[in-house]
Ligand binder design. Structure first.
Ligand code: ZN
Length: 437
């Protein structure tokens, strides 16, 4: 069993039973954290295995991305500065018609490469050709919660649902347990009530969770009220959707009653501040949701509406937006933003032993470089991570005990080849030539 010891590092565990941060040691054995010590040098150096000097490192749980469409990296920068419906209907959907399984495979690998280098060790995906996305996730050795995106308008809904069921059967628990599968009905406006009932029936056969876009734009809420006489949240609640574990992405436009329902039904919310800002959708009431007891995690959404997959940036945005929106600087303090990106994310994805650096938990962690100008002086490590650190500071990323980023470099993926493949595919799909192919 492989052993890795980080010694003398600044450690933020997110474990409520420990001090908020300390200088200490952390030992990994196999895929789990074997020991955490609040004293540097206290854990005996393993005879076989690696020892990493932690003097200039900040060790913390890997970041958990709770919403995205990984292969949309292929459309990064293809259609910017447009409102959501126009962006989706006129730009994205026509190109997606021509996507192949190979495109999804390479686009997902590009996303994984970017996420790992930026400190994300778990990602969530809702897309199609999901068998290929899962292959990419298995190869990239990242932790993944995947769903076949389901649209119930027109023909194709039933076929997609059958694919989703096959996907669940084939991939749930695959890649040494790193991959889990949920069902992904796209949104209330693309999934009529009868179709949503079919999805719930199918998901319940295996006790699977659901992920769905909810109340992303004001227009969606207005149309839902017109069509069903209620807000998207109340509409879904009435259909019984929240009787199982649900990850609701966005939740930008909510009223008081919606927020009460989300709290009472323990619906997890994936907050995507960057994507919501870029598409001009609005600012989700994240601080109020948290205050009301809703578990709120963070997501990047697809790279086509962000345009990166940088969860450190989303964490900072979440903290800053809450303060700026309410003109109240005490809202979403650094510690809470860190929780959103780690334990909250893991909890809403149903990953019980991820998101905390604790003995017995999965060894999913990252180490940030503290030997950078923006890390000095270091008075408060959590504040440093949220307000000053950058994706380029990630020196090590470990998933399931395996070192996937080492000294800032990917250990298992051929980044040059991935970028090359994705550039060619992006040109083919969009019919446009890149500035730098
Ligand atoms: Zn989305």
């Amino acid at each position: 069993m492989g052993k890795i010891l980080f010694t003398g590092a600044c450690i933020i565990t997110m474990d409520e039973e420990k001090p908020e941060y300390f200088t200490g040691d952390l030992l990994i054995e196999g895929d789990r954290i074997a020991a955490v010590s609040e004293r540097a040098g206290a854990i005996e150096r393993p005879r076989a295995g690696r020892v990493i000097e932690g003097r200039d490192l900040l060790l913390m749980p890997g970041l958990v991305n709770t919403h995205g469409h990984a292969a949309m990296t292929l459309l990064r920068g293809y259609a910017d500065d447009l409102p959501l419906q126009e962006w989706l209907e006129e730009k994205i959907w026509p190109v997606e018609e021509n996507l192949t399984g190979d495109d999804v495979y390479w686009g997902t690998l590009l996303a994984i490469a970017e996420m790992l280098k930026g400190g994300t060790t778990t990602f969530t995906d809702m897309y199609f050709f999901m068998e290929r996305a899962a292959e990419a996730a298995a190869e990239g050795k990242i932790r993944a919660v995947l769903s076949r995106g389901l649209i119930g308008l027109g023909e194709g809904g039933e076929k997609a649902l059958r694919e989703a069921a096959d996907f669940q059967r084939n991939w749930q628990g695959a890649a040494g347990g790193r991959i889990s599968v949920t069902y992904g009905p796209h949104a209330p406006y693309t999934c009529p009530p009868d179709f949503l009932r079919r999805v719930m029936d199918e998901a319940d056969k295996t006790g699977s969770a659901l992920q769905i876009h909810v109340a992303e734009t004001a227009r969606e809420v207005e149309e839902c009220k017109r069509q069903y006489g209620s807000t998207p949240v109340r509409h879904l609640h009435r259909l019984g959707l929240f009787e199982r574990r649900v990850i609701a992405a966005h939740c930008v436009h909510l009223d008081d009653e919606d927020i009460e329902i989300l709290a009472e039904k323990k619906v997890g919310v994936a907050h995507n501040p960057g994507s919501n800002l870029k598409l001009g959708s609005g600012i989700a009431p994240a601080a109020r949701l948290l205050d009301t007891g809703v578990t709120v995690g963070l997501g990047t959404d697809g790279a086509s509406s962000n345009n990166n997959l940088d969860l450190l940036e989303e964490m900072r945005l979440a903290a800053l937006l809450a303060k700026g929106k309410a003109m109240e600087p005490t809202l979403i303090p650094a510690r809470q933003a860190l929780q959103m990106a780690t334990i909250n994310g893991a909890s809403l994805l149903g990953l019980a032993d991820v998101g905390i650096l604790k003995e017995g938990f999965k060894a999913d962690l990252i180490a940030l470089n503290l030997k950078e100008p923006q890390a000095a002086p270091l008075f408060d490590p959590p504040a440093h991570v949220v307000y000053a650190a950058a994706a380029a500071d990630v020196r090590f990323a470990v998933v399931d005990g395996e070192m996937l980023v080492e000294e800032g470099r990917l250990t298992g993926l051929d980044m040059e080849k991935i970028i090359d493949e994705c550039n060619r595919r992006a040109e083919r799909l969009t019919g446009r030539s890149l500035k730098k192919p």
